[in-house]
Design a protein around this ligand. Structure first.
Ligand code: KG4
Ligand code: ZN
Length: 343
């Protein structure tokens, strides 16, 4: 079974071909980062227009690389939500129209389910059940994953997402968009302990997070500096922020491992690319004798491969494919609605 995957929920257009037997055959990606950088953030209207421009050439690229033609595709999976409605509509309309033209069904996919299952694309994948730490630009959740569509929410952020906190703090430090990855690079040059920032909800006793206070603490630190932030200050402040957020993410993940008794932790979403988070989790995993799995770096942020994979796994798990044609996107869509337990 050959599945075409289409991702267009935010600022990346991704197309991929996933074969249920052979695995990922090809994927093609265009990031709009350079285009949005000029505006300091994602401009939804520009994002939608760029998806329109990119999607057909990317499809040709993915087909060419895999040595496949449209006739070989058995179903078209695409991101139905959550995300920017205009951006989602491009991928959704494209996928439904293509499927209609080649007379094949579609499989609308939840973007976060794509992230959640993306470590299964690696050559050494985890097996069910596992605990998942989902840390993206819009979401921060700890979940117990027993199978495809079998999710139990263990904890989540009460306000900002981890990636959002990275991006907002980066902006406060005067870093250009997209700030998260740049802040983490800068943090590598800073010294821990020069500044101390709060670890929100570290001792809350549950598995929930809160990051808006941490962002405010960065704002206060920046204000105390007055006019013009020096490079040394920025590096130390970035380090202080990263130390704080990584400690909270790691401690809560350890608590989730203890609470569930599971031996595998999967880290997914853009913040999963963070080196300090990876190093700290790897050290803890060695000490506590569990394994941590990450998606390949290229599949940490948005891509078509994880959507094709999620679509394929859904079909294999018995979720009925949809007849191509009519469609709707779902810009707001809690992941737990995808779980058989419904919460
Ligand atoms: O999963 P993703 O591509 O998009 C969403 O679905 O939200 O994640 C994007 C987020 C952004 O907030 C970005 O700043 C963050 O991931 N990110 C990072 C790093 N690379 C990307 N955060 C911390 N360290 C990084 N190296
Ligand atoms: Zn994403």
């Amino acid at each position: 079974m050959l599945i075409l995957g289409v991702e267009s929920s935010c600022d990346e257009t991704g197309i991929a071909l996933y074969d249920s037997e052979a695995g990922l055959l090809s994927h093609a990606l265009h990031s709009q980062v350079a285009m949005h950088a000029e505006y300091g953030g994602v401009v939804p209207e520009l994002a939608s227009r760029d998806h329109i421009r990119r999607v057909v050439p990317l499809l040709r690229e993915a087909l060419g690389r895999a040595g496949k033609s449209l006739d070989d595709i058995d179903a078209v999976a695409y991101t139905r939500g959550p995300g920017l409605s205009g951006a989602l509509l491009v991928g959704c309309a494209f996928a439904e129209a293509l499927a209609l033209a080649i007379d094949k069904p579609t499989m609308p996919v939840h973007h976060l389910e794509g992230h959640l299952l993306s470590p299964l694309l690696s050559s050494d994948p985890p097996t069910f059940p596992f605990v998942a730490l989902l840390v993206s630009g819009g979401h921060t959740q700890l979940m117990k994953v027993t199978g495809v569509g079998e999710y139990e929410l263990l904890g989540e952020t009460l306000d900002d997402a981890a990636g959002e906190a990275f991006d907002k703090s980066a902006k406060l430090l005067g870093l250009p968009y997209p700030g998260g990855a740049l802040l983490s690079k800068l943090a590598e040059t800073g010294t821990p302990g020069v500044y101390e920032l709060p670890r929100p909800m570290l001792h809350s006793g549950d598995l929930n997070f809160s990051f808006s206070g941490l962002k405010t603490a960065v704002l206060t630190l920046v204000r105390e500096q007055g006019e013009g932030l020096g490079d040394t200050f920025k590096a130390h402040a970035a380090r202080a922020f990263q130390e704080a957020i990584v400690e909270v993410l790691v401690k809560k993940s350890l608590k989730a491992m203890k609470q569930t008794g599971l031996k595998q932790l999967v880290v997914a979403g853009g913040v999963g690319a963070n080196k300090q988070l990876r190093n700290t989790l790897n050290d803890e995993a060695r000490r506590k004798r569990f394994r941590v799995y990450y998606p390949e770096l290229e599949f940490c942020t948005d891509n078509g491969a994880m959507i094709a994979l999620a679509g394929c796994l859904r079909l294999q798990a018995g979720t009925p494919a949809k007849e191509a044609g009519a469609f709707a996107v779902q810009p707001r869509w809690p992941l737990m609605e995808m779980s058989v337990s419904g919460r």
